[in-house]
Unconditional design. Sequence first.
Length: 446
Amino acid sequence: MRYKGSRQNRKDLSYLGLMKASSYALTDPGNQRPVNEDYYLINEELGLFVVCDGVGGHVAGNLASEMCARTIHQFVSDNQNLIKKYKQDRSLKNRAVVAGVLQKAIQSASEKIYKMAEVDVLKRGMCTTTVALLLIDDFAIIGHVGDSRVYLSRAGQVHQLTEDHKFSVEMVKKGILTAEEAARSPHGNVLSRAVGIQEVIEVDTLQVELMAGDTFLLCTDGLADYVDRNTLKKFFDDDLPKIPEQLVNHAKKLGGRDNITAAIIRLEEVTQENDEIMNVVRKTEILGKIPIFRYLNYQEITKVLALANLKQYPQNSHIVYEGSNSEAMFIIASGSVAIQKANKTIAEKKKGEVFGEMGLFDHAPRSASILAKEATTVLVFHRNELLALLRKEPQLAVKLLWALIHELNKLLRLATENLATPKVSQQTDVLELPFSVSKDDPTWRS
């Protein structure tokens, strides 16, 4: 296990079932702060990586960040039985339980810090930001409070997976301020959430499916304030052991106003379960092209993907029966299917294609059967699980509603155009309208 200030010059490998992780971290007080209130904790055996940025002055800030990291570590360590249960049965339900473990770990830290500050006036108001990454076989669970960040480098692209909990961000989301006004606001950097400022704190969690080559960066705002995704892309291309020091030096060169911490984690594949199953990049691309998900950003697409259940069907078995009330959407991960009506094949779909989208929104009987032409694996998204996510994520719900309205509007326009466009009979050259109407009718338009 590695803690704040321990500089790592060797490559550590942790075997995590399907993946192994190599990690390096570095923390630095920066150019202007006499004390470093950042703290990081890494335990490769648990697959746990935590970065915290303490607030509250010299002693209290140090204490808050260290207490937060150690409490998270202890809580995760004490609940290994729940993590092992997921590794034995990688179901959506068991993964949600593990996400709950990380969420409760951070909430436990908040309660401890808050109670300590209550009984010691010198520590009153101390708190900390935190980002925590927990690797469990095929998924990463992220827990987040404050403005420390998690970035993911995947397939040559860098994505910010966390959203800063700042009043400026909240005001922009609510439409109260524009991005430009928020940037000029004297309260722009005030935290809207922090661990320990309240006894009970809301924790954002994210479940991210893993793939070989994924590189995570956990950092405090002392680094995040000096980089963007394009800048980070250049650093991720370097040798892994060098990246934390180069990032710290980059922030210091540009001012280094705050403490700086960077923890870098890269995944390599240990075992490959099925070469035929599409990877995460392909799944993300497909989901992003489905009309109802067209307005979602990368983080939101990731949240929807985490709802997917992987299900296998043998050749000639039914995935959906005509007339059934299936409430699910399917993406073909491998294999192919035949769409049949009255036992006749009317269409076929292959790997990467989607069917059943409207099952997420209505209870109408399915108009056709779906049959596996060969051994086929599908990603299944169930209506109830999507609705549960939308209840927790109102902004995501608004985007889906807007996309659905857009699609319905397109269909309405198409129907209107079809009704309004006269058809010419090739035999008589007489205009044929799709409905009967008299010129005496007041609604007639010549």
